[in-house]
Design a protein around this ligand. Structure first.
Ligand SMILES: Cc1ncc(COP(=O)(O)O)c(C=O)c1O
Length: 401
């Protein structure tokens, strides 16, 4: 059987690893040695699951979407990560990483953020654990996701707008790594997705795997079998997708479809569809598919969705896509806006623009009537209301009111 998980050096096939500057070598190495014994300990598991239950509000519901099922000719279930405390899946991971940081004796937390959801989730757990928190965010995203910036500040975090590059997620990651290099002893970097040097892709995937762990028993309880015919999720760095598929990676009866951000179209220069367009390179400490020019210069990503605006994608997904285990669709901005309006009008759920990419994938697939489809709604759309309204003309029949 193909191994789709990390090997002991953090490689997924040819992707992954830990390519870090000398100054970070010790803290990355220490983390590699420490993370599994800690997160597999009974003490950690008890604390982590208690917080997921009573603080985050897990399990998140698995909701049968009746009207959308009729429209797409399948049995559509939505995994409602939008109902988590702070509004997205990101908090599953930050709860786990802050517990790990405390066990390692760190006193200062840094994080990068794109849509602001990971920044808010990090600021939240720092408030909870009384830890100092600094968040790096591209200046473009500070503007387009300003409600989340205010939330982070209210939670006591310091937000650093990053003005290099195109001032989005990738630049925020670079700045966070730069900061980490200056403070390797006391600082823990809470990475927000399945990216970065080993062990982060594996660590984040494990923290998000609670999503598919729940899908299994929820499906069993609702339909009498524990696997779906399809799993669908959006993919930026890859964490909600990794969590959604984790326990189904070797389940051959389940097809996996991931939706990446096409922007204006993956064949254009205005795209974030990394799996379609990327070539192998190293970014933020990991070997992955990266959008780059022939000299290896990183190309700017472009999409309406701040959380998918990344020129790379986590190594687990690069490997699975390359081996044909996942089908990856490129969803353009207008298709995502339309998908977001459609879920809003048909089920009364306003999804994050990131999650709307997964919704839009439904119209590109052909289902049989009794196919069971589980689609992860990674976050809620409160932060995106202005963007939806500004672009309602793209939503076709749903946008006119
Ligand atoms: C709601 C939501 N969904 C999806 C993503 C994409 O991240 P990932 O691919 O790690 O799940 C983000 C990132 O900010 C997000 O906020």
């Amino acid at each position: 059987m193909e191994n789709y998980f990390a090997d002991e050096r953090g490689f997924y096939g040819e992707f992954g690893g830990a390519y870090v500057p000398e100054i970070l070598y010790k803290c990355v190495h220490d983390l590699q040695e420490a993370y599994l014994p800690i997160i597999e300990s009974a003490e950690f598991k008890a604390e982590y699951h208690a917080l997921l239950k009573d603080y985050v509000g897990r399990p998140s519901p698995l909701y049968f979407a009746k009207r959308m099922s009729e429209k797409y000719g399948c049995q559509l279930y939505l995994k409602r990560e939008d109902l988590n405390h702070t509004g997205a899946h990101k908090i599953n991971n930050t709860i786990g990483q802050i517990l790990l940081a405390k066990k390692l004796g760190k006193t200062r937390i840094i994080a990068e953020t794109g849509a602001g959801q990971h920044g808010v989730a990090t600021a939240t757990v720092c408030a909870l654990m009384n830890m100092k928190c600094e968040v790096f965010m591209g200046a473009t995203d500070v503007e387009r996701q300003h409600t989340n910036v205010e939330r982070m500040k209210m939670l006591g975090a310091e937000v650093h707008p990053v003005r290099t590059g195109n001032m989005t997620l990738s630049d925020a990651c670079s700045e966070a790594i730069r900061d980490w290099c200056c403070h390797p002893a006391d600082t823990f970097y809470i990475v927000g997705s399945t990216m970065g040097p080993h062990p982060y892709p594996d660590l984040v995937a494990r923290m998000q795997s609670v999503i598919s762990e729940e899908i299994k028993w929820q499906l069993e309880a609702q339909i009498g079998r524990d696997y779906p015919d399809y799993l669908i999720a959006c993919i930026g760095g890859g964490s909600n997708a990794a969590g959604t598929i984790y326990h189904y990676v070797n389940e051959e009866r389940t097809k996996i479809v991931l939706a990446e951000a096409g922007g204006h179209g993956w064949q254009t220069d205005h795209t974030a569809a990394t799996i379609h367009k990327g070539t192998t390179g190293i970014l933020h400490g990991s070997k992955m598919l990266v959008m780059q020019d022939e000299n290896g210069q990183i190309q700017e990503a472009f999409t309406i969705s701040a959380g998918l605006d990344y020129p790379g994608v986590g190594p687990m997904h690069c490997n699975m896509a390359k081996k044909g285990r996942t089908q990856v669709l490129s969803i353009n901005d207008d298709e995502a806006i339309r998908g977001g309006y459609e879920l809003t009008r048909m089920e009364g759920i306003i999804p994050a623009i990131e999650s709307a990419h997964a919704i839009a994938a439904l119209s590109k697939l052909t289902f049989k009537k009794d196919d069971v489809v589980v689609l992860t709604v990674s976050g809620r759309g409160d932060k995106d209301v202005e963007t939806y309204l500004k672009n309602k003309a793209m939503a076709g029949e749903y946008g006119y009111f």
